[in-house]
Design a protein around this ligand. Structure first.
Ligand code: PSU
Ligand code: MN
Length: 306
């Protein structure tokens, strides 16, 4: 029953057969997180980095009524260019699949699809979280609930400070989701290596992270983990500069009464505009850095299984 919804690329099929480590990648970042053509170019480069680091990439999207696990070049190109690809989170999956519409999967939806495909590690840029002013808007990303219940490790560069990072950490704590800092004590804030908050646990090697993930699941503790990997020093943006830009973007979102699933793409677009594209360069660099770490964690997890 379930299998009829899933369609694997040949590369992923072969990897699974051979017991090779596979790393999931999301597609909202392609369709709604970055402009064309940088989005498609980055998606391809990230896939290549995963291969170079000993794993096989599986970019996930909803196309033609199927959950695609691993995409062709043409499919990546389509996701990068098309205007009618929906942003697809948990609530959108049944509608998009039953009506055969196309969707780019968020962190939450990618986790769901990865778990269905038995993929344990997922690399992205940043997770969604509790938005600032959530106490009145109730805008809390479905990514956080998904981390509470779906067994996939998410490698990211922390979360952007368009969010309330403190409340995001509180929410994850309530839900029992560990936030691991890869070689850092401070919670990375996407464009910057540090934030005013600490991660829960610091681990310094992909092997140690794989051990902890394995331990969580052996104990039957359902849900994911967040692996927060700071942006490389040379690509980080200056803290006060980006803080300023984010304030401006947030003000404009309120003024224009942006709501629902448009909030995050609107803010990402605004930040890019206000930084003259510097935010995009940083975004690309940090995703690539996450791909290196995620592939190594996946390889280490696969080794433990032999
Ligand atoms: N943060 C980013 N870039 C992104 C996203 C978040 O820096 O592209 C995307 C991810 O797909 C994430 C989604 O899952 O936005 C969260 O959207 P929302 O806040 O509507 O849940
Ligand atoms: Mn939201």
């Amino acid at each position: 029953m379930l299998e009829k919804w899933l369609e694997y690329s040949q590369e992923v099929t072969e990897a699974k057969k051979a017991g090779k480590p596979v790393v999931a990648l999301e597609s909202t970042i392609i369709s709604h997180g970055m402009p064309y053509p940088q989005n498609v170019h980055t998606a391809r480069e990230v896939e290549q980095i995963i291969r170079e680091n000993g794993a096989v990439p599986a970019t996930i999207a909803i196309l033609d009524g199927k959950i695609k696990i691993g995409l062709s070049d043409e499919e990546l190109e389509y996701l990068g260019q098309s205007r009618d690809v929906e942003k697809a989170s948990r609530r959108d999956l049944p509608y998009l699949l039953s009506t055969k519409k196309n969707g780019a999967t968020t962190v939450a939806a990618t986790m769901i699809c990865a778990e269905l495909a038995k993929i344990e590690v997922f690399v992205t840029g940043g997770i969604g979280g509790v938005h600032r002013e959530a106490e009145t808007t109730m805008d809390i990303s479905a990514d956080l609930q998904e981390l509470a219940k779906t067994n996939v490790a998410v490698v990211c560069a922390g979360a952007k400070s368009i969010l309330d990072l403190g409340l995001t950490l509180e929410y994850l704590e309530t839900q029992g989701v560990p936030v691991i800092g890869f070689g850092t004590d401070s919670l990375p804030a996407f464009y910057t290596r540090t934030s005013p908050y600490n991660v829960n646990f610091r681990l310094d090697t992909p092997e140690a992270i794989a051990e902890m993930i394995e331990t969580k699941w052996e104990l039957g503790l359902v849900g994911g983990v967040v692996v927060a990997n700071p942006i490389p020093e040379e690509d980080a943006l200056e803290e006060s500069f980006i803080a300023n830009v984010i304030e401006k973007a947030l003000d404009e979102a309120i003024e224009k009464q942006i709501g629902g699933k448009q909030v995050t793409p609107f803010l990402l677009g605004k930040v890019k505009e206000l930084t003259d594209g510097k935010s995009l360069v940083a975004n690309i660099a940090l995703v690539k850095n996450n791909a290196r770490v995620g592939a190594k964690i996946a390889a280490s997890l696969a080794k433990q299984r032999i």
